[in-house]
Ligand binder design. Sequence first.
Ligand code: ADP
Ligand code: MG
Length: 250
Amino acid sequence: MVEVRGVHKSFGAVHVLRGVDLTVRTGEATVVLGPSGSGKSTLLRCVNHLERADRGHVSVDGELIGYRRRGDVLYELKEKQILRQRGAIGFVFQNFNLFPHLTVLENIVEAPVHARHRPRAGAEREARELAERVGIADKLGAYPRQLSGGQQQRVAIARALALDPKVVLFDEPTSALDPELVGEVLDVMRDLARRGTTMIVVTHEIGFAREAADTVVFMDEGRIVESGTPEQVLDRPAHERTRAFLAKVR
Ligand code: ADP
Ligand code: MG
């Protein structure tokens, strides 16, 4: 479903991604672990073309992201087409990024109704179903500031699902939460993984990685150092850097 091939990205003189290859198959959850600054967020942002890779490419469901190929030449897509592609790639941020002036219901139907021009009645019906699934059905009329961080993040997940994405990217979705609110968000994400949602999750939650991931990837200094099943990477890491990292986060 997701193919990242040879992706490099620099910011000025800082070479952040140094040749990343990653394959995520349909229905699988991949958890990305790695120290702060190793390039995890940049990798996710390259997947949906919020950052433009300097080299390499990403495709989702066989479609090149951000470009169109003509012969050997790549042409960057127009903003409108990039936005269309992004609709197929849900993104859940660390800080929720909800629209503060919109109710929960309006946050969830915003993209389907205003970007996709779906009929409002159908979009609202789906929003109610999604709200039910993430446990915020009683909050549809509330504004984000009236919700706890865990509730806001569950709204953000419902919003990401509202366009029926092919893959959902999570960038440290529980890092900004008070500890007692982490579990309710991870429960929703575990449920998504069980239902076969294709997802890439950057997190330090090793327990979640163990239970929910099909593949665990360890990143350091802009490269994928190792990847494998949770048992392989978490219990029998092949690389010293992975062992050192796990010793710190456990
Ligand atoms: P991680 O998510 O693993 O903590 P990031 O992908 O956020 O790592 O960042 C990797 C490196 O890239 C860091 O050194 C960070 O400072 C740098 N970086 C990320 N985004 C930018 C940017 N927009 N401009 C300049 N440097 C950036
Ligand atoms: Mg990050």
